[in-house]
Ligand binder design. Structure first.
Ligand code: ARG
Length: 586
C-alpha cells in the first residue's frame, strides 16, 4: 500500500495544478502543530516569490480546488495548508492493512542480496557487554532488511585467526607438553575430544595474555605458534579446531539467550586462502606499493578533510593484518553471494579501519562500483557513572551474567503480584528481560553512547521494552475478554471511533509502512522504537478514555476491537523486527 503521506501528496499535487501552480510545491509533512492539524503543506509559502502573490492567496486557491475526500484541507494565515485525514478514509486504510499479510508494507522494488556483518566475537574470549550492541543492533538491522523483502544473510565473522590462538597454543604446550599436538613425529589421527573445557579455555587465554606482556620469550613463542598455525602446522591446526568448536558452542548459547541467530558462522580464517592471490593481484596491477618494507594501498581522496592513512596490506615480515582479512573476506563474499550491500555493525572506534577497507575494495575492484558498503558504528554502553559498563567489582561484565542479572530483576518484579505458576513466571521474566535489554539499547541512535540503567530499563513505565510488552499484553487481554463475553474476532471492520483519542491511535497505526521504510533507508532501528512508543502511548490514552468491553453499542464495539487487533499486529511486527517478543500474559 502507498503511504498515507504519498496519497495525500498525490491529491494535493492535483489541487496545486488545477489552481494553476507547480505540482512540486505540494510537499506534505507531518504537522508541527498536532493540536491544529495532522499533516501540513508549506508549498504556498514556498511559491509566493515565484508567483508574486501573498502565500495565503495561493493556499486559498489550492484549498478551493480541493476535491478529494481522503482529507480535509484548510488554508490558514500566513499561508499554511493544514490537513486532517478523513476518519472513514483512515478506517478503510486500517482495514486494508489488516487484510494484508505484510500489514500494508510494500517490499522494496528491487530485491537485494544483503550481508550483515555483526557480532565479531573472538574465539576463546568470553562474550562481554561490548559484544552486546553489535548483536542487538545487527540482529535488528538484519530483520528490517528482511522485512523489506531483501535476501539477507547475517554473518558472525568470528575472530578466529589471530595472535590469541598462538597464545593459547603456547600456554597449553607449557601445561601439557605430553599432548600429541606438540609431538612432531605424531602420524596418527588426533583425539576427537578437546584437551580442555570451555572454562579452562576461558582461564587460559587471559593468563597467557598477561604472561606474554611480561615475558618476551613467551611472547615470541606465541607469535611463532601463530605463524606455525597460519602456515598449516598439522598438530596446531587440530588443536585450533578444538578451540574454535568448544568456543563456538558456548558463543551460540549466549546468542540464543538474546534471540540472535546467524545464518553464516564464518570467521577470519575462512578468508585466508584468498590472501596470496589477492596480494599478487595488487602487486601486478600496481595497486599496492612498498612503503618502508610494508605493502600498502593509498586511499586518500581529494575531498578528504582529514588525513586518511594508506590501508596496510602486509607488514615487512610478511604478516597480513586486520584490513587484509577484511578485504579477503569481501572477495570471498563476492565469490559466494555477490552482495548488493554489505552492512558492518561494529564499534564506531573502528570507523577509520572501515573507511580504508571500503576505499581499497572499490579502488582495487574487489567489489563492484555499485556495491554499497555501509559502516554502522555504535557507541559505548556506559554504566551510571558514565564510564564503560563494568561489574560491581569493576571487572569486565560477562554477557551471560548480565542477562541473568536482568532476568532475575524482572522475576523479582513479577513475583510481587503474580498469578501464574513458577515455570511461566520464569519464561515470562526472560522475555521481558530481553525486551528491557534490547529496547534500552535500540531506542538510542546507534552511534551515540548510552547509559545502561537497569532500574530504568526494567520499569513498566516510560520509554522501555517492558512498557511496550505490557501494552501488547493489555490489548491481548482485552481481546481475550471480548471473546470470553461471546464476541468473535472474525471479519471485524474498523469504522472509526468518533473520539479524538481514537483518531490519534488510528493515525499512529497508519504510519507503520512509512516508519518501516525509513528505518530501512536510514538503517535506523531507533526510529522503530520511537514509533512504537508513540503508538503504545496513543493506545493507552484511548484505553483510558474509552469503555471498550462495557460498550453497549455493539457495532461501535466491533470497530474498537478491530482497531485493537491491528494495533496489536503492528506492535508485534515491530518488536519482532527489533528482535524480541511479547508473552500472552504477565
Ligand atoms: N573481531 C573484531 C573485534 O573484536 C570485530 C569484527 C568486526 N567485523 C569485521 N568484518 N571486521 O574487534
Amino acid at each position: 500500500m502507498k503511504q498515507i503521506i504519498e496519497l495525500i501528496t498525490m491529491e494535493l499535487e492535483e489541487a496545486f495544478e488545477k489552481a494553476g501552480y507547480d505540482r512540486s510545491l505540494a510537499r506534505v509533512t507531518l504537522s508541527n502543530r498536532p493540536d491544529l492539524c495532522e499533516y501540513q503543506c508549506n508549498g504556498a509559502m514556498a511559491g509566493a516569490k515565484t508567483y508574486k502573490k501573498a502565500p495565503i492567496m495561493i493556499a486559498e486557491d489550492v484549498a478551493g480546488h480541493w476535491e478529494s475526500g481522503i482529507c480535509i484541507v484548510e488554508a490558514v494565515k500566513p499561508g499554511f495548508i493544514n490537513i486532517k485525514l478523513d476518519e472513514g478514509f483512515a478506517a478503510n486504510y486500517l482495514n486494508q492493512m489488516a487484510a494484508d499479510k505484510n500489514l500494508g508494507l510494500e517490499t522494496s522494488e528491487k530485491q537485494e542480496m544483503i550481508i550483515v556483518d555483526y557480532g565479531g566475537p573472538n574465539v576463546a574470549k568470553p562474550l562481554h557487554v561490548g559484544h552486546l550492541r553489535a548483536a542487538i543492533i545487527g540482529e535488528s538491522v538484519k530483520r528490517i532488511c528482511r522485512k523489506m523483502g531483501h535476501k539477507v544473510l547475517g554473518d558472525v565473522h568470528l575472530g578466529d585467526w589471530g595472535y590469541q590462538m598462538g597464545l593459547i597454543i603456547t600456554e597449553l604446550k607449557k601445561r601439557k607438553p605430553e599432548l600429541p599436538y606438540f609431538d612432531e613425529s605424531w602420524q596418527e589421527e588426533y583425539p576427537e575430544e578437546a584437551p580442555f573445557t570451555i572454562s579452562e579455555l576461558e582461564e587460559i587465554y587471559p593468563t597467557a595474555s598477561a604472561y606474554a606482556k611480561e615475558h618476551e620469550d613467551y611472547r615470541d613463542e606465541a607469535l611463532h605458534a601463530t605463524w606455525m598455525l597460519q602456515n598449516g602446522n598439522r598438530g596446531y591446526t587440530a588443536l585450533w579446531k578444538h578451540i574454535v568448536r568448544i568456543s563456538v558452542n558456548d558463543i551460540k548459547k549466549n546468542y540464543e539467550k538474546l534471540n540472535v541467530e546467524f545464518d553464516l558462522w564464518k570467521g577470519e580464517s575462512d578468508a585466508q586462502k584468498y590472501i596470496p592471490d589477492m596480494i599478487k593481484g595488487f602487486k601486478e596491477k600496481g595497486q599496492a606499493y612498498l612503503d618502508e618494507g610494508a605493502l600498502v594501498i593509498d586511499v586518500k581522496e581529494e575531498s578528504d578533510t582529514k588525513e586518511i592513512p594508506p590501508c596496510l596490506i602486509q607488514k615487512s615480515d610478511g604478516a597480513s593484518l586486520y584490513g587484509t582479512t577484511d578485504l579477503a573476506t569481501l572477495i570471498q563474499r563476492e565469490a559466494d553471494y555477490r552482495p548488493d550491500r554489505v552492512i558492518y555493525v561494529v564499534d564506531k572506534r573502528q570507523e577509520m579501519h572501515f573507511t580504508q577497507v571500503f576505499r581499497a575494495a572499490k579502488k582495487t575492484g574487489i567489489v563492484r562500483e555499485e556495491t554499497q558498503l555501509r559502516f554502522l558504528g555504535f557507541g559505548t554502553m556506559n554504566g551510571k557513572d558514565g564510564r564503560p559498563f563494568k561489574t560491581r567489582e569493576g571487572g569486565v561484565m560477562r554477557l551471560e551474567n548480565m542477562i541473568a542479572e536482568i532476568n532475575e530483576e524482572m522475576y523479582k518484579k513479577m513475583a510481587e503480584n503474580r498469578m501464574v505458576d513458577e515455570e511461566e513466571a520464569g519464561n515470562t521474566s526472560k522475555m521481558i528481560g530481553i525486551s528491557a535489554i534490547k529496547y534500552g539499547d535500540l531506542s538510542n541512535q546507534a552511534a551515540k553512547d548510552y547509559v545502561f540503567d537497569v532500574d530504568r530499563f526494567t520499569s513498566f513505565e516510560g520509554n522501555t521494552g517492558p512498557y511496550i510488552l505490557y501494552t501488547i499484553v493489555r490489548i491481548k487481554s482485552i481481546l481475550n475478554k471480548y471473546q470470553g463475553q461471546g464476541g468473535s474476532l472474525e471479519g471485524l471492520q474498523c469504522t472509526g471511533t468518533g473520539t479524538a483519542g481514537g483518531k490519534a491511535l488510528m493515525l499512529e497505526v497508519c504510519k507503520y509502512n512509512a516508519v518501516m521504510e525509513t528505518a530501512f533507508a536510514e538503517t535506523a532501528p531507533h526510529k522503530l522504537c520511537a514509533y512504537i512508543y508513540d503508538l503504545a502511548n496513543a493506545f493507552n490514552r484511548f484505553y483510558h478514555e474509552t469503555k471498550i468491553l462495557a460498550e453497549e453499542d455493539k457495532e461501535k464495539q466491533k470497530s474498537y476491537i478491530a482497531l485493537l487487533m491491528i494495533t496489536r499486529d503492528v506492535l508485534e511486527s515491530c518488536i519482532d523486527v527489533l528482535g524480541f517478543e511479547a508473552p500472552e500474559r504477565m
